[in-house]
Design a protein around this ligand. Structure first.
Ligand code: PEP
Ligand code: MG
Length: 406
């Protein structure tokens, strides 16, 4: 397939900040689009994000370079873009621009083949296998802190993990009701009628300390007899707390060892707590591994998850799997900067026995491609924020793709 035009537009994300949409036109001048989300707590090794003016210039260079060329597959196009950029972090062409071109092209292929986006990805990267229905765990961020809120909580995300039971509509319905009862509990506690929300639609009220939100979720899960279906997950996003060898944890300066003891206590006090993402800064693989060893002694399935640590990068995933640092990795296509590399990271992770959680970013768009990526590779989890206005499209796409076949 040939691409004729590559255009970048400036659009708004769910935070009201600017991000980009990439549009390409095929030989017959049909347009295909991709909107790229933007993160606030980004890992150092993520693909670079070019601001709009530079993104426009990069798109013009890509257009000149690829016009008149035929690309057979997404891999074929991505390989060409990666070579053209020539930097490890995609600093010349921008990971946001390259992913936009890669994704819009995948949509053009899907149109040509009369398939869904996930089917095109599944065939090209995951051997065309789509084993059974698609029923990932849902990681939904219900209390926001860190860089996603202004309530002073050091922990960025307090999520519930919902296991599908019966139809997905029922499962998502239960999540919605839980979000409402949590709102009722927080209204009762704070006396506020209008609760502040964070960037991902979770509540962003004030709490006594960093553990209180965990206890609140723990109590509600028990009270409403949801222990079989609901667990709790945290994203500490600890890189944003780290300075000069210590973590600024709710006013306390904690060294890694003390912070690890804090997490050990939390896992002991909150039996529903099952997962902890980025518990230490992004160079601290040894601390991740030490926490994993601690959690091996706690009853139930417990996951240490890499996000800023592994940044959807196959080499880093391999390194930290070998170090015993993680049970699961977050997959964000814009950390990688092309669809090929994001899919390669998913395949690498599963070959190494790691779970994959395909994730949104805190600044989201209406583009629901993350659900297709998760469906294509049959990811074990999806992470999509609260079931609130800015994220509803993602939940609906999940419901649409649940059955698998169209
Ligand atoms: C995250 O850290 O997992 C996240 C979704 O935040 P951001 O998009 O701001 O990196
Ligand atoms: Mg994270």
């Amino acid at each position: 397939m040939r691409i004729k035009d590559v255009v970048v537009r400036e659009i708004l994300d769910s935070r009201g900040e600017t991000t980009i949409e990439v549009a390409i036109a095929d030989d017959e001048l049909r347009d295909f689009y991709a909107q790229i989300p933007s993160g606030r707590s980004r890992g150092k090794h993520e693909a670079a994000v070019l601001p709009f003016r530079d993104a426009e210039a990069a798109a013009a260079r890509i257009e000149r370079a690829i016009s008149g060329r035929d690309f057979e597959s997404i891999k074929d196009l991505d390989r060409y873009l990666i070579e053209m950029d020539g930097t490890p972090r995609k600093e010349r062409l921008g990971g946001n621009v390259m992913l936009g071109v890669s994704l819009a092209f995948a949509r053009a292929l899907a149109f040509e083949r009369k398939e869904e986006l996930w089917q095109v990805l599944n065939r090209e990267f995951f051997g065309g296998k789509a084993d059974g229905p698609f029923r990932p765990l849902i990681f939904s961020n219900l209390i926001n802190g860190g860089r996603h809120a202004r309530n002073g909580l050091p922990v960025q995300e307090y999520m519930v993990v919902v296991r599908p039971r019966g139809s997905y509509v029922k499962t998502v319905g239960k999540l919605l009701r839980f979000y409402e009862i949590l709102g009722d509990a927080l209204r009762l506690k704070t006396g506020e009628e209008e609760l502040p929300l964070g960037d991902e639609g979770g509540y962003a009220t004030a709490f006594e300390d960093a553990f209180e939100p965990v206890q609140t979720l723990e109590d509600l899960i028990t009270e409403h007899s949801l222990s079989e279906q609901f667990s709790i997950a945290l994203d500490i996003a600890a890189d944003s707390l780290y300075k000069d060898g210590a973590y600024d944890f709710g006013g306390l300066k904690l060294e890694a060892g003390t912070l690890r003891e804090t997490y050990d206590d939390w896992f002991e006090w909150a039996p529903h707590l099952m997962s902890i993402e980025d518990p230490f800064e992004e160079g601290a693989g040894d601390d991740f591994a030490a926490l994993r060893r601690d959690l091996a002694g706690v009853t139930g399935e417990k996951w240490v998850v890499g996000d800023d640590l592994t940044v959807t990068n196959p080499a880093l995933i391999e390194k930290y799997a070998a170090a015993g640092a993680v049970d699961a990795v977050i997959i964000k296509a814009n950390q990688a900067g092309t669809l090929s590399e994001a899919c390669e990271a998913m395949n690498k992770a599963s070959a190494l026995g790691l779970k994959r959680i395909v994730s949104h970013r805190s600044g989201e768009t209406e583009d629901n491609f993350l659900v297709h990526l998760a469906r294509a590779g049959n990811a074990e989890g999806v992470k999509m924020g609260a079931p609130h206005e800015s994220r509803v499209g993602k939940f609906n796409e999940l419901l649409r793709l649940e059955g698998g076949m169209v």
